[in-house]
Design a protein around this ligand. Structure first.
Ligand code: GDP
Length: 445
């Protein structure tokens, strides 16, 4: 998964810190060195790494750590904060024009995921009550117009495209006309897909720049493939110089990206990451939250995104009840069961589980995960009495044996489930109170 290796290495580094009570300057240096290596291996750009580690080192040697109750935990906190900072700090939302239509222009290399993103964005905007018009101004790549038509169809969005068979049209004119059509037909957002090349070239930049001048967009979104590694910085800079952009879309974050692009682009260009694209499906798009991404990298879990996705699949009321239960600590195995059933509805279990805290260290299990696991869990919970589900503390040896028999599982399976439930409940409680959960294996604060 994304950031897998980076995440593992950082977690490992922190695990080594854990055994230390007080941290000596040598401990700090060792830790910073590990972090530096992990970031470089993840393809994060050198200047970003240098800056990052210098800040972490300075803070880790300072008062906030030496006076902390748990210095190791404090270092994790610092790394978390600095990660959030290089990812852009605050979340930046898409900006809409005061006078519609809002014009959004896409730019990026060929294959970066622009056309796919255009469809995803259209779909997301429609869900929010907007009426986007997609404009096919990529006349370079054979089939690009076609592809946008397909994507528009899937998203149920309107599209403005030059007549097929027209051969070489003028993309700048198409873009300009597209905005005009949107105005006439009262679409409140226009999304202009532009041509990319396999590499950065002058002609491409000029065309993108001309489209920008012709349509005066409210947002120019630079779409970058998170998997391009060290090239990310140069590509981003070239587009910044050539077209300039107002925000970044990271695509293919679901792949085996080492994560370098994500960590470099925002700080090198000073432009915020606005969206993360996480799959080939039209629903695989998330607003980018620097804090949540940092938590994912540090394997602090991503409870908020999880809850948000859950909310989309659950009905509102259900989710409110769940949040309340988490906050009041009355989360029971019954709720757990209910949650599982809801999760099944959501599909894509692996992705969901990947966001749970502590899953980084269980990656193999995650790989091996099959949805039958849920069925087994369900079977176990279903073999419990209502009283047991509500108060798992009463689950003594003989009860566990009975449950194992009833569900066709072993006592070990039952024990494992109860442990997992208790961990989850504890973690969720912390988050519900606004805290940062402990990194699994780091011990209590
Ligand atoms: P464009 O040339 O910039 O318009 O790029 P496309 O939208 O055609 O995307 C290129 C390829 O990447 C296609 O095969 C897409 O299905 C795929 N793709 C786009 N976004 C994502 C993503 O977030 N995750 C994954 N796994 N694949 C993606």
């Amino acid at each position: 998964a994304t950031f897998g290796t980076l995440s593992d290495r950082l977690t490992e580094t922190f695990r080594n810190l854990r055994t230390k009570g007080k941290l000596t300057p040598a401990d700090v240096d060792g830790t910073v060195r590990e972090i530096r290596r992990a970031l470089l291996d993840a393809d994060v750009a050198l200047p970003v790494v240098k800056d990052f580690t210098a800040k972490v080192r300075e803070r880790a040697l300072g008062d906030e750590v030496s006076k902390a109750l748990n210095p190791a935990q404090q270092v994790v906190q610092i790394v978390n904060e600095e990660l959030i900072a290089i990812l852009g700090g605050q979340q930046r939302r898409l900006q809409f024009a005061k006078n519609p239509p809002t014009v959004i222009m896409l730019a990026g290399l060929q294959g970066s995921g622009k056309t796919t993103f255009a469809g995803k964005l259209a779909k997301m905007l429609e869900k929010d009550g907007h009426t986007p018009l997609l404009v096919a101004a990529d006349l370079q790549r054979p089939n690009a117009v076609n592809q946008l038509q397909v994507v528009a169809g899937q998203a149920g969005a309107a599209i403005y495209a030059p007549q097929p068979g027209n051969g070489t049209g003028d993309p700048v004119q198409v873009a300009r006309d597209g905005v005009e059509v949107a105005r006439r037909q009262q679409h409140d957002v226009v999304i202009i897909d532009t041509a990319g090349r396999l590499g950065v070239d002058a002609e491409l930049m000029k065309q993108a720049s001309d489209i920008r001048k012709a349509t005066d967009p409210d947002e120019v979104l630079f779409v970058i493939d998170a998997m391009i590694g060290q090239d990310a910085v140069n590509t981003a800079k070239a587009f910044q110089d050539g077209v300039d952009f107002t925000g970044v879309v990271l695509s293919k974050l679901d792949g085996d990206a080492r994560g370098g692009a994500a960590l470099s682009v925002a700080s090198v260009t000073g432009r915020p990451i606005i969206f993360a694209s996480t799959g080939e499906g039209l629903d695989d798009l998330e607003p980018f939250h620097p804090d949540r991404m940092a938590s994912r990298i540090l394997d602090l879990g991503d409870i908020l995104t999880l809850i948000e996705q859950a909310q989309q699949a659950f009905d509102e009321e259900e989710a409110m009840k769940m949040a309340e239960k988490l906050a009041t600590e009355s989360f029971t195995l019954e709720d757990f069961l209910e949650q599982m059933q809801q999760m099944k509805k959501m599909g894509s279990m692996k992705k969901m589980l990947g966001m749970l805290p502590g899953m980084g260290s269980m990656k193999q299990q995650l790989e091996d995960f099959d949805e039958k696991e849920i069925d087994r869990t369900e079977a176990i919970i279903r073999s419990m009495t209502l009283g047991e589900r509500r108060n798992p503390k009463i689950l003594n040896g003989s009860r566990r044996l009975r449950i194992a028999r009833g569900s066709g599982m072993t006592v070990t399976d039952v024990n494992a489930l109860v442990n997992r439930f208790e961990q989850a409940a504890k973690m969720m409680k912390t988050v519900a109170r606004g805290g940062v959960p402990n990194i699994p294996g780091m011990g209590p604060v």
